[in-house]
Design a protein around this ligand. Structure first.
Ligand SMILES: N[C@@H](CCC(=O)N[C@@H](CS)C(=O)NCC(=O)O)C(=O)O
Length: 356
């Protein structure tokens, strides 16, 4: 495990010690304008199009991962659970890949695979890049269709509309798209990836640059969220989902493990209220598993934390306290409704793994 992560960090280090994320993906799309049951169209991996089809694909995720958690939240908010099943890898991986060690016999119960790597290799033999989550897997061939989480999430919102639940919210409203994209243009590099740039920096200068950019952005967000309940408009959008998966890990992991320690989120009144508000909204906090999140970062990144010891704290029960953000107005789901309780018991966060 340690060797694996050293490899990941090393392969991502630039000459000046800055962490550079490998953002090359299998970029295939799943689209609504192909008939269900048809073969994918195109002959080049990364440019192929696959049909939207209920029951055909499985979302491979891990609760530990912020990028995978975005897909977990989108799937739940849009009510796609029956159309797209979900496989959950455990919080740590072996030298090759994420593994399904939470499942009986250590195998994903639907595909029967032990390592997620198998589904990557079925698509691209000897796939040379990171075996990442989230990944959408085609069940008939047990092979990865896409691991491009941003496009995958966009397709879940748009191409899969025939399978959205009644009351599914509009998470990427037309009138706020420019604003949402503009927010992502600085929140992604300085906050979502900024915490990794801080934690994986290999030189002091690279770390300090990432740290300064991160806190400049968090200060900017604190100001923005003092008068607004959500990031764009008065409903939850993808911008909130993207920020949430980083904020919810912040005090438990990034503050210490990634040296992003100017202060904790609990010390920033607007961000702390905003985080509690989202955490208590169905579809957000009910997908978070803190023991898995902590186990992943502190155990897997042995170059950052050589002993692998996972800290006991912090006390996260404050996430469940009143936030009073309703006073800012806003309608979380707009004209839609909140998702109901999680129906599939295997998809519920285990008792005691949340903030309570
Ligand atoms: N690869 C994507 C996001 C997905 C991602 O990095 N997932 C991590 C877990 S949080 C992963 O699967 N890492 C395993 C690896 O890189 O080998 C990106 O770089 O933007």
């Amino acid at each position: 495990m340690a060797d694996d992560t050293e490899f990941i960090a090393a392969k991502n280090a630039s000459e000046d010690g800055e962490f550079v994320r490998d953002a090359t993906y299998i970029n295939d799309r799943v689209v609504a304008d192909l008939p269900a049951g048809s073969d994918p169209v195109g002959d080049k991996v990364g440019e192929m199009r696959w049909p939207v089809e209920a029951g055909r694909y499985r979302l491979m995720a891990a609760r530990a991962c912020p990028w995978a958690s975005r897909s977990i939240i989108v799937r739940r908010l849009m009510g796609l659970e029956d159309a797209i099943s979900m496989g959950l890898a455990g919080p740590t991986h072996d030298v090759n890949s994420w593994v399904f060690d939470l499942d009986p016999d250590g195998r994903d119960p639907v595909t029967g695979i032990y390592r997620l790597q198998e589904a990557y290799f079925n698509r691209i033999p000897d796939y040379p890049r990171g075996i990442t989550v989230p990944a959408l897997v085609d069940l008939p061939t047990t092979s990865v269709v896409t691991n491009a989480y941003q496009k995958l999430n966009f397709d879940l919102l748009s191409e899969w509309s025939a399978f959205h639940r009644d009351g599914a919210p509009d998470l990427y409203p037309e009138e706020h798209r420019d604003e949402i994209d503009e927010l992502d243009s600085w929140i992604y590099p300085t906050v979502n990836n900024g915490v990794y740039r801080s934690g994986f920096a290999a030189e002091q200068g690279a770390y300090e640059e990432a740290y300064d950019e991160l806190w400049a952005s968090l200060d900017r967000l604190e100001e923005r969220l003092t008068t607004r309940r959500y990031l764009a408009g008065d409903t939850i959008t993808v911008a909130d989902i993207r920020l949430f998966t980083t904020l919810v890990r912040f005090d438990a992991v990034y503050h210490g493990h990634f040296k992003a320690n100017r202060n904790k989120i609990t010390e920033m009144p607007a961000l702390w209220g905003y985080l509690r508000d989202l955490f208590q909204t169905p579809g957000f906090g009910d997908t978070c598993d803190f023991p898995q999140i902590k186990e992943h970062y502190y155990n897997v990144h042995r170059d950052v934390n050589p002993t692998g010891i996972v800290p006991k704290g912090p006390d996260l029960s404050g996430l469940l306290t009143p936030h009073h953000r309703e006073e800012l107005g806003g309608r979380p789901f707009g004209d839609g409704t909140a998702p109901g309780p999680i129906e599939n018991p295997s998809e519920r966060v285990p008792e005691g793994h949340g903030a309570g």
